[in-house]
Unconditional design. Structure first.
Length: 345
């Protein structure tokens, strides 16, 4: 994500300590207590000095194992949980200082949220569930139903408007939850493990649906998951958390090729490199005589072109974009070194 991109969400020095007198404790330790000091005080360091920016239109994935603090961090960002200390900004507005009325307005109009548990209202049908946030806003019935029908169709549920939650599959129920969050046309979308309760096949379908929706809507998204395979499929950038700390922030490629800590290296070591690495990351300087016939765009993932490259007898040219000049080459040896575990070599 280009650094010149506008910042939509920003967290500065966010702390969330659970326990008595946590604010006083932080101040007395100059807002930088050690893990040992937190434990000795009988506190739990759910989020510890979190700093990051999320750019306009970016899918920013926050991931970690259970108990790492990822869900608490997102709730602090939206002030569903009050942080112990720190600042959180939405379009430059300090959410920590926002009044209850301002927060309600933001959540109703600007911030959409989807959680692991669908929380659909069982006595309302699909259309009524999706329109419910608009009803809360005071939107008239005709307008809210028209908008609800639009987003129901957008998430692929046209024809099921009159179904009740009990008549839907898990994947369909999650689509209703997504449609409901989109009905208010939010600027920012917060999704906390929205697919983790689904079967693997349905989960994959929902990831496809999520990427399709993002290609149409270009939302700014904070997406929580504990699944690194899901993260690398969806994310522009990933923040990996452990024990309340952000260990590293980077693109999936950054995390795999240049892990900042032993924990990140361990977390990413089983990920097939061909899924993550782009041709740009592994290409070599091009030979002067190399033809641009069959050239590969540099942003392509190695996995997608591995078979075609291995079928060739000579290196394949790499270009910035179709029709552009040759900027490098990809060799069969390099592709084999990346894909060997998957090819059984």
């Amino acid at each position: 994500m280009p650094q010149s991109q506008a910042v939509k969400l920003e967290c500065r020095n966010i702390w969330k300590l659970f326990g008595n007198d946590s604010e006083r404790f932080l101040k007395s330790h100059n807002f930088s207590p050690t893990t040992e000091q937190i434990a000795e005080a009988g506190l739990i360091g759910a989020v510890r000095d979190a700093n990051f920016e999320i750019y306009d239109g970016e899918i920013f994935v926050i991931m970690g194992l259970s108990g790492s603090g990822k869900s608490t961090l997102v709730r602090c960002m939206s002030r569903l949980i009050e942080p112990t200390s720190g600042e959180a900004f939405f379009d430059g507005q300090d959410l920590i200082k926002a009044s209850d009325k301002e927060l309600i307005e933001l959540r109703r109009h600007k911030i959409g949220m989807v959680f692991q548990h669908f929380a659909l209202l069982p006595h309302l049908n699909v259309l009524q569930n999706v329109a419910f946030p608009l009803e809360i806003q005071g939107v008239d019935r005709r307008t809210r139903e028209l908008r609800a029908r639009e987003v129901v169709e957008l998430v692929g549920l046209k024809g099921r408007e009159k179904y009740y939650p009990r008549e839907l599959s898990g994947g369909q129920q999650q689509r209703v939850g997504i449609a409901r969050s989109l009905a208010v046309e939010p600027d920012v979308w917060l999704l906390d493990e929205p697919f983790s309760a689904l079967d693997p096949l349905i989960r994959r379908e929902m990831q496809d649906e999520f990427l399709r929706l993002q290609s149409l809507l270009h939302k700014t998204i904070a997406f929580i998951t504990h699944d690194f395979s899901e993260a690398i499929r969806l994310a522009d950038r990933i923040a990996i958390m452990k024990d309340g700390l952000i260990e590293q922030i980077g693109t999936p490629e950054d995390l795999v090729t240049s892990p900042a800590t032993d924990y990140v290296a361990e977390f990413t070591k089983e990920i097939p490199r061909g899924k993550v690495l782009s041709v740009r990351a592994v290409m070599q300087p091009a030979s002067e005589t190399l033809s641009d016939k069959g050239a590969i765009p540099a942003a392509t993932k190695v996995e997608l072109i591995a078979a075609d490259v291995l079928d060739q007898e000579i290196p394949v040219a790499v270009v910035e974009h179709d029709g552009g000049p040759v900027i490098g080459m990809l060799t069969q040896k390099m592709v084999r070194s990346i894909m060997a575990p998957r090819l059984g070599e």
